[in-house]
Design a protein around this ligand. Sequence first.
Ligand code: TMP
Length: 245
Amino acid sequence: MSTGEVLYEGKAKIIYRTDDPEILLAQYKDDATAFNAQKRGTITNKGQMNCAIATHLFKVLEAAGVATHFIDQPNPNQMRMRAVQIVPLEVVVRNIAAGSLCQQTGLELGVALSQPLVDFYYKDDALGDPLLTRDRIFLLELAMPEQLEQLRQLALQVNQILINFFHQCEITLVDFKLEFGMTSDQQLLLADEISPDTCRLWDDTESDPDRRVMDKDRFRRDLGEVDTAYARVMERVLAQNIYVS
Ligand code: TMP
C-alpha cells in the first residue's frame, strides 16, 4: 500500500495521508511509552499485534452498531481509517479500581465498582493529560452538554460490548481509554485504537495479581513478558467470532 505524507507521528502510530482526503492510513509502531513518555521502550511485534487486535475489536463494535473510523487492514501493521478531527478528550471507562483511580482516591486495587465510572481527561501532552471536571470541559469549550452526554453514552455502550466480548476470551476488562473524532460531514466516530496499550486486561485463568496482567501495565510496572502477554491477548481475541452473544 503506497503511503502519502506523514500527517502526524504519535507515540504508538504514524498517521499518513492517502490519495483520498477522507481516508488516512495508520502505521502501528513497536514503540511503547508510559507516564507521558517519561518511560520509553519497544515491545517486540507490538505494531502488528495491536493493529490486529484493534481491527478485530473495531469489527466487533461495528457489528454491534457502534460507528467507528475503521475501514480495513491492508497490511499486518497498517489500518485504513476515515479521516476525523479528534475530539481533545480521552474518555476512560472503569469497571474495576486500578491505576490512577487507586492513586487518587485510595480505593484498593481490584475493587469492583458498583457501576462503570466514566472519566474525561484533557488530551494535551504538554499539560500531562489532566483529569477534567464537567464544568472545566464547558469552560474550555471542549464539548457542549449534549455532546458530552453522547460521548458518555457511547463509551458505556462500548464498555458493555467489550465486557461481553472479553468475557468470551476469559479476560476481564478492568478499564480502557477511548478517543472520538468528527468527520467532515459532522459524524461522530469512535477513533484511535483499542488494544493492550489502551486497556487494562486481566487473565481470568490466573489468580496471581501480577501474573494475570495482560496489558501495558506489564511495561509500565516492569513485570516482564510484555510481548508474550500481548500475543496471548491477540490469540484469544482473534479466536472469537465478531458477533458477541
Ligand atoms: P489510568 O488508570 O492511568 O488513568 O488509565 C486508565 C486507562 O486508560 C488504562 O486502561 C490505560 C489507559 N490509558 C491510555 O490509554 N493512555 C494514557 O495516556 C493513560 C494515562 C491511560
